[in-house]
Ligand binder design. Structure first.
Ligand code: ADP
Length: 462
């Protein structure tokens, strides 16, 4: 109930005072008539109190009555109090009824949902669930109060559930009740309680698998004919007596077939990564890998003449796949080279930080406008497709980077501003660092490619 305002407080005071003055005046009048004014006033005061007690009695009975009963007729301030109380109780009742209606609607819509909805208490025990949950998870009334970890006994679910923050994309699981089905679980916290949504994504999973298989099969099937075509084109192009009018044609065919070959190789790599063909994890010697990468970058840099430097501030090694890591990091370095105008500066550094290790590739290149940054890791997404094609890009490099980093539990952060260059930071968590490696202090490498005056970067493969 809301607090009375100051005008309401005075209204109550006046209502009572008026009534008291009326009785005192009446007592004085009657007393004057009988020549005993004081007795008249005393008698009036007694009568006033008796009436007051009677009114209080009626008030207390009314308070106990059903909420919709209007207040009885009472004298003085009590009428005022009762009217106020009645009005606020009526308002509260209307709000309560509305809330109840809303709760009922929510409840019935949750019951009608095709997706399983489970309400969990602060101790992660089942509190309420809808019919879909009952069917999907074969729940019975005895399960109420049971732990969610008993209901879904998968370690990956436990990990997701315990670390989920809002908002999150959920986790896709192979159903533990039926191996042929897939479900998506999403947990939302509200206060101490949680809402768990589970929906069937079997069809979506099949469609995604079909898409992955299709891309993998097409890429695989195209590889052999393309290798044959590439071989013949190169053989013909190398003929000394080739007619000069065919020379440009052969050179273009050779360039384009090499580009197709790069796309097919990248698609196959992505398919392998997507199908989670996880290679045997090994302790990857990161300083060695980065030194090789630096040497490869120098070869690629020949046509650009950038100043490339490598800072190995840490000797930490990473638990993962050397082949995939090399491919992802080479993509970042070749991008830095490709998207920096000739004579720029590229820096590669490997540093230990509080949360693990970070690899930074920064350049002084063309940069990326903020609206593109979010989408860069999508397949075939290019800021400027003409320029990308010109540099021999496939549009799949950063998609590969994303998948490789995901497999290594690493995260990618892109900082860039147009014309000022870009910085790609890869964070590897502490858990990915191979133990037992000694830090022998910083090592630095410097190198500058020769600037080639001719535009001959088109056929560079990543
Ligand atoms: P591509 O093969 O076209 O280089 P990527 O997936 O490697 O494809 O990169 C996607 C797009 O991101 C590129 O087309 C380019 O526009 C942009 N990009 C990537 N790295 C850089 C960089 N270091 N500087 C500027 N733009 C970049």
């Amino acid at each position: 109930m809301s607090q009375p305002t100051s005008s309401q407080k005075y209204a109550l005071f006046w209502a009572d005072l008026r009534w008291l003055l009326f009785w005192m005046a009446l007592g004085a009048l009657v007393g004057w008539y009988y020549e005993a004014i004081a007795w008249g006033i005393i008698a009036a005061l007694v009568l006033f109190h008796l009436l007051r007690l009677y009114a209080l009695q009626r008030f207390s009975q009314w308070v106990k009555s059903p909420i919709q009963t209007p207040p009885p007729e009472m004298s003085g301030g009590l009428t005022f109090v009762a009217t106020q109380l009645y009005q606020s109780r009526s308002k509260e009742q209307i709000t309560q009824q509305k809330m109840m209606g809303l709760v009922k609607k929510i409840r019935s819509s949750l019951l009608a949902l095709q997706d399983a909805v489970i309400l969990l208490d602060a101790e992660d025990r089942l509190e309420w669930w809808n019919q879909a949950a009952e069917k999907m998870l074969v729940l019975r009334s005895e399960d109420q109060g049971d732990s969610i970890f008993n209901l879904i006994p998968l370690p990956e679910f436990h990990e997701y559930y315990l670390n989920a923050t809002a908002p999150n994309d959920g986790i896709r699981l192979n159903s533990w009740k039926d191996a042929a089905r897939y479900v998506q679980c999403e947990v939302t916290h509200f206060g101490d309680e949680k809402l768990l949504l589970i929906y069937d994504v079997t069809r979506l999973q099949h469609l995604e698998q079909m898409r992955k298989d299709f891309v993998a099969n097409v890429s695989h099937e195209l590889r052999t004919p393309l290798t044959v075509i590439m071989g013949y084109i190169e053989t013909f192009a190398d003929q000394p007596d080739i007619d000069p009018k065919w020379q440009r044609g052969f050179s273009l065919m050779s360039q384009q077939t090499r580009r197709m070959n790069s796309i097919i190789n990248d698609l196959l790599m992505l398919s392998r990564l997507e199908n989670e063909e996880k290679p045997e994890p090994q302790c990857v010697d990161m300083p060695k890998l980065l030194t090789h990468l630096f040497d490869d970058a120098q070869i690629y840099n020949k046509d650009y003449g950038h100043l490339i430097d490598l800072h190995l501030d840490s000797q930490a090694n990473i638990y993962g796949s050397e082949m995939y890591l090399n491919s992802a990091l080479l993509n970042l370095v070749t991008n830095a080279i490709k998207y920096t105008p000739k004579g720029g500066e590229i820096s590669i550094s490997w540093t230990a930080v509080k949360e693990g290790c970070v690899l930074v590739v920064s350049d002084t290149g063309i940069g990326i406008a903020p609206e593109h940054i979010e989408r860069l890791t999508e397949r075939f997404y290019r800021v400027d497709s003409g320029r990308s094609r010109g540099t021999g890009g496939t549009g799949l490099g950063l998609a590969i980077v994303k998948h490789v980093l995901y497999q290594h539990e690493a995260t990618l952060k892109i900082e860039s501003s147009e014309t000022h260059g870009s910085t790609f930071k890869v964070f590897f968590p502490e858990s990915r660092i191979c133990k037992g490696c000694n830090d022998v202090g910083p090592i630095e490498y410097w190198g500058q490619g020769d600037v080639d005056s001719e535009e001959s970067t088109d056929d560079q493969d990543k």
